[in-house]
Design a protein around this ligand. Structure first.
Ligand code: DUC
Ligand code: ZN
Ligand code: ZN
Length: 471
């Protein structure tokens, strides 16, 4: 038997097992696992390394319109390059509808931005901002049929927030079509009320972004989203959960037998609202929604992962440049936190942070790490077993890790389009040194080895996670 490539001598970990064996790759797929696999066009020495399923980051924003005079820092080329250096082999960005737009046109527009511009594989979730009869009755069902099998709805933000009845209507379409609904759970009216009150009191500095969206804002919306989903009997994913109170809402729903899933992100493990208090406008570097909270919330997010309440760990990569009038230092943002673009870069640092803080410090096992960062994303969003595991027949999407490599995170070693990382100065142990997509190196020993355009668009199946739980 001969292979295109054999990865030899590494320690392999999947979501369930850790074992030593070689991987034979042919035509972009894993063709054999075992010892003494024979000959290959190339033998890659992985001794002393971990070989893991490539990371799948199922929550990233790329080239998304972000308001007048604001520009996102990453296009598909820079975001997927940065993702590859962070050990990822696939990302799932959003194709975001704006009011009045046809969903079909939105999707075509994102394909124009992405096609030929990716280093790693991609697939789109949809964002539904205009739940018209045409969108719900025709466009959405047709798009789900075509492999866009998940969509996000917002409970906050001007122009994006859906009312409860709109949420119920979107959830009903998800139930009928077998799609999975992702929910940004924050109470829009409460945020507006608190923002107005803070501004009237002259409290406009960046850190009041956090004051304007305290934990009850997120807890209430999480509870409401779960209740609405229960009425419709449809599974939901609550994304970017930042604290224990929202997490407990999800846990209670799960204990009642509901298919309510949860996701958390690095910013809720290693940042706090204190970071928003930086001098001058430095705090804007950490403005994201929901905001980072406190130490107790960090602890709760760890527990959410350890106890299985959260099945996904994503970056919510949503990058803006800092020193840029079209980014965090937009002139309007100096007048109030209200206008500071929401979001932070993180696709390149997600995996090393969880590996070091989680596996390295004994909070989660290596297999839980793989589940939280790759396998569960593939299962949740209709990509498994093509993606998200190391098994015969799966795509050869792999990350080779040096578990001992010590790195201090710094912007100077990032590969995306932003000009800062919110994780500057954090010391980690363990780093993905090589990344391979469908059997071809994209990053090799810390150097770019892939070609722009080699990343493919992957249509998705309907997920078992989206099947209604009731009779
Ligand atoms: N929600 C996200 O999911 N990402 C960035 C900003 C936001 O509010
Ligand atoms: Zn969101
Ligand atoms: Zn997001």
């Amino acid at each position: 038997m001969t292979f295109d490539t054999i990865i030899r001598g590494g320690t392999i970990a999947t979501a369930s097992d850790t074992f030593a064996c070689d991987i034979g790759i042919r035509n972009g797929r894993i063709a054999a696992l075992g010892d003494n696999l024979g000959t290959a066009g190339e033998i890659v020495d992985a001794s002393g390394k971990l070989v893991l399923p490539g990371g799948i980051d199922s929550h990233v924003h790329i080239s998304q319109p972000s308001g007048p005079d604001i520009v996102m820092a990453d296009d598909f080329a820079s975001a997927t390059r940065s993702a590859a250096f962070g050990g990822n082999t696939m990302v799932l960005p959003f194709a975001m509808q704006q009011k009045g737009q046809s969903l079909r046109e939105v999707v075509a527009d994102y394909h124009r931005k992405a096609d030929g511009q990716c280093y790693i594989d991609v697939s789109f979730h949809l964002i539904i901002a205009d739940a018209t009869d045409a969108v719900l009755g025709q466009e959405l069902p047709a798009l789900v049929h075509d492999g866009y099998t998940s969509f996000k709805v917002f409970m906050t933000y001007e122009g994006l927030a859906l009312s409860d009845i709109e949420m119920l209507n979107v959830m009903s379409v998800a139930r009928e079509t077998g799609a999975l609904v992702m929910i940004h759970a924050e109470n829009y009216d409460a945020i507006r009320f608190l923002t107005d009150r803070l501004e009237r009191a002259g409290k406009t500095e960046p850190h009041h972004h956090a004051t304007s969206r305290p934990i009850p804002v997120e807890r209430e919306a999480t509870h409401r989203a779960i209740s609405l989903a229960e009425l419709v009997d449809v599974p939901i994913m609550i994304v970017h959960v930042s604290n224990g109170e929202a997490m407990e809402e999800i846990r209670r729903a799960q204990q009642r037998g509901l298919k309510v899933y949860g996701e958390t992100c690095p910013q809720y493990l290693v940042l706090t609202e204190k970071d928003l208090e930086g001098l001058n406008m430095e705090g804007t570097k950490y403005v994201c929604s929901p905001p980072p909270r406190d130490k107790a919330s960090q602890q709760a997010c760890w527990q959410g992962m350890q106890q299985g309440v959260f099945s996904l760990f994503s970056s919510d990569h949503c990058p803006f440049r800092y020193d840029d009038p079209k980014g965090k230092l937009t002139p309007k943002g100096r007048t109030s936190f209200r206008w500071v673009p929401n979001g932070i870069p993180g696709v390149e640092t997600r995996l090393p942070i969880l590996f070091s803080e989680g596996v390295g410090k004994g909070r989660i096992s290596l297999n839980e790490f793989v589940a939280l960062t790759s396998t569960n994303h593939a299962k949740t969003y209709g990509l498994y077993p093509k993606k998200g595991t190391i098994a015969v027949g799966a795509d050869a999407d792999l990350a080779i890790w040096d578990p001992n490599r010590e790195v201090t995170i710094s912007q100077s070693r990032m590969h995306g389009g932003s000009d800062y990382t919110p994780y500057e100065g954090i010391a980690v142990q363990g780093w993905p040194v090589s990344t391979m997509v469908r059997g071809k190196f994209v990053v090799r020993d810390g150097e770019l080895a892939g070609t722009l355009g080699a990343g493919e668009y992957v249509p998705r199946a309907k997920s078992d996670y989206a099947k209604p739980g009731g009779a």
